[in-house]
Design a protein around this ligand. Structure first.
Ligand SMILES: Cc1cc2nc3c(=O)[nH]c(=O)nc-3n(C[C@H](O)[C@H](O)[C@H](O)COP(=O)(O)O)c2cc1C
Length: 384
C-alpha cells in the first residue's frame, strides 16, 4: 500500500526512484515526523547564535549523550562549534514563529527573542519545553552533514506545553490516538478541556504535583489532559489512557450519577460489594471529592473491611491517615460540573508528596475543589 503510494507520488513528480536523487531521498525521509530543536551558543564576544534542527536525538544514558546533524553549508554551525558548547532548546507547539526566524540563513536571528543564560551561559529560550546544556564531545563525518555528539551537563523540563512537531513541510502538535479517535460522547468534553487547561497548569505548579483531567463516555473513563512534571509513576503514558467505567473505577463521576446508572456501574464491576460501593459514593458526594491511598502501611481492615485488597484503597477518609496509619495518598479527585449539574469532567491530583498528614490532604483537596469549581463556573451554558 505505502509502496504504491511512494511510487505514485514519485511518478507524479516524474522522479527517479533512486536514493541518490536528493528530491526522492527528501520525499521518502519526509514520511518520518520529527520534533524541532533550536541549537544555541554564545560566542566569545557575547553574540548569541542559533539554528533550527529536526535531527536532534537522544543517544546514550551513560554517559548522557545527545546528537544532531548540521549541514556542512550551515553558516551558524561553525560558529557554534567554535564555542565548544551548545544548548538544545526543545521548541513548544506555540513556537512555530521562533522556528521560522531561526531556520533562515545567518542574520540577526535573536532580535526580539527573549532568552536567559543557561548554567554555562548559552541562550535558553523562553517558552522552550525542555533544554540540555551540552559540552561538544565529538564530531563525525556524515556526508554533506556532520554528526555532532554532545555530553549533557545540565538539563531540565521548562514547562508542560506540548512540543512542536514537523512533518512533510508542515508544523503541528501531538494528539494521542485515543483522543483523535475519541468516539461519540468525548468531543464536547475535549472542547471543555481546552478551557480547563490554564487552571490545571496553575494548580499543578502551585502544589508541585500532577493534575489530570478525565472525561467519560457511557463505557469508559479517558484521561484527556495532564499538567505538572509527570511524577505520576503508576499511570504510564497518562494522556489517552482509557479505563473501563466499572466499579470501583470512575467513582468520582458516579457519586453524582442517577440511581440506575449507579446500579449498572456496580453490576459491571468484578467482585465488588454493592453496599460498600454505595457507602463510598455517598461519602464522596458528601465530602465533594474522592481520595485513594496505598494499602501498604495502612490497616486495610480498618478502612475497607478487608474487602478491597487491591494496592489502591478507595476513600479511607483523611481520619484514617493519622496518627500511626500514614500511607501514601495516590490521588485526590473532584468533579467538574456542567450547567445541568451533571459531572462532565474529573480533575485529579497525582504524584503527591509522600506521607501526607490529614491536614495536608485537606489543604490539597481544598485547592483542587477551588480549581474544579472555578472551571465549572467558566464552562459554557448548555445548549440543550
Ligand atoms: C524543521 C526544520 C528542521 C531542520 N533540520 C536541520 C538539521 O537537522 N540540520 C541542518 O543543518 N539544518 C536543518 N534545518 C535547516 C536549518 O535550520 C537552516 O538551514 C540553517 O539554520 C540555516 O542557517 P545558518 O546558515 O544560519 O546555519 C532545519 C530547518 C527546519 C525548518
Amino acid at each position: 500500500m505505502s509502496n504504491t503510494y511512494t511510487q505514485k507520488t514519485a511518478e507524479t513528480l516524474e522522479m527517479i526512484k533512486d536514493p541518490t536523487n536528493p528530491q526522492f531521498f527528501r520525499q521518502v525521509m519526509g514520511r518520518y515526523p520529527t520534533g524541532v530543536a533550536l541549537i544555541t551558543a554564545l560566542e566569545e564576544d557575547e553574540t548569541p547564535v542559533g539554528m533550527v534542527v529536526g535531527t536532534f536525538a537522544s543517544v546514550s544514558l551513560d554517559p548522557p549523550l545527545v546528537s544532531f546533524t548540521p549541514a556542512r553549508t550551515s553558516t551558524s554551525w561553525p560558529r557554534i562549534k567554535a564555542t565548544g558548547r551548545f544548548v538544545v532548546n526543545v521548541l513548544g507547539a506555540t513556537q512555530e514563529q521562533v522556528c521560522r526566524s531561526f531556520s533562515g540563513r545567518g542574520g540577526t536571528k535573536f532580535e526580539d527573542i527573549p532568552w536567559i543564560p543557561s548554567p554555562e551561559g548559552a541562550p535558553l529560550l523562553e517558552d522552550a519545553v525542555a533544554w540540555m546544556d551540552c559540552r561538544l564531545e565529538d564530531v563525525f563525518d556524515g556526508g554533506d552533514h556532520e554528526i555532532v555528539l554532545g555530553l549533557v551537563e545540565h538539563m531540565d523540563i521548562a514547562n508542560t506545553e506540548l512540543p512542536l512537531l514537523f512533518f512533510q513541510g508542515g508544523y503541528g502538535q501531538f494528539t494521542p490516538h485515543s483522543m483523535a479517535t475519541a468516539g461519540p460522547g468525548l468531543e464536547d468534553q475535549l472542547a471543555l478541556v481546552d478551557r480547563a487547561r490554564p487552571e490545571i497548569e496553575t494548580l499543578a505548579q502551585k502544589l508541585g504535583c500532577d493534575c489530570l483531567i478525565g472525561g467519560r463516555t457511557d463505557r469508559e473513563i479517558v484521561l484527556l489532559a495532564s499538567a505538572g512534571l509527570g511524577n505520576t509513576e503508576w499511570i504510564p503514558a497518562v494522556v489517552g489512557k482509557r479505563l473501563p467505567l466499572a466499579a470501583p473505577v470512575g467513582r468520582t463521576a458516579m457519586a453524582w450519577a442517577e440511581p440506575q446508572e449507579i446500579e449498572a456501574w456496580i453490576n459491571s464491576g468484578a467482585g465488588v460489594d454493592s453496599t460498600e460501593m454505595r457507602t463510598m459514593l455517598s461519602k464522596i458526594n458528601e465530602r465533594g471529592y474522592s481520595i485513594s491511598v496505598d494499602a501498604v502501611g495502612l490497616e486495610a481492615d480498618v478502612i475497607s473491611g478487608g474487602r478491597l485488597d487491591a494496592r489502591e484503597v478507595m476513600d479511607p477518609g483523611t481520619e484514617a491517615l493519622e496518627p500511626t496509619t500514614t500511607g501514601q495518598v495516590h490521588s485526590i479527585a473532584a468533579p467538574i460540573f456542567g450547567m445541568d449539574g451533571e459531572v462532565v469532567l474529573i480533575a485529579s491530583l497525582y504524584g503527591l508528596p509522600h506521607d501526607m498528614s490529614s491536614s495536608e490532604v485537606d489543604r490539597y483537596a481544598a485547592e483542587l475543589l477551588a480549581t474544579s469549581q472555578k472551571i465549572s463556573q467558566n464552562l459554557p451554558v448548555s445548549q440543550t
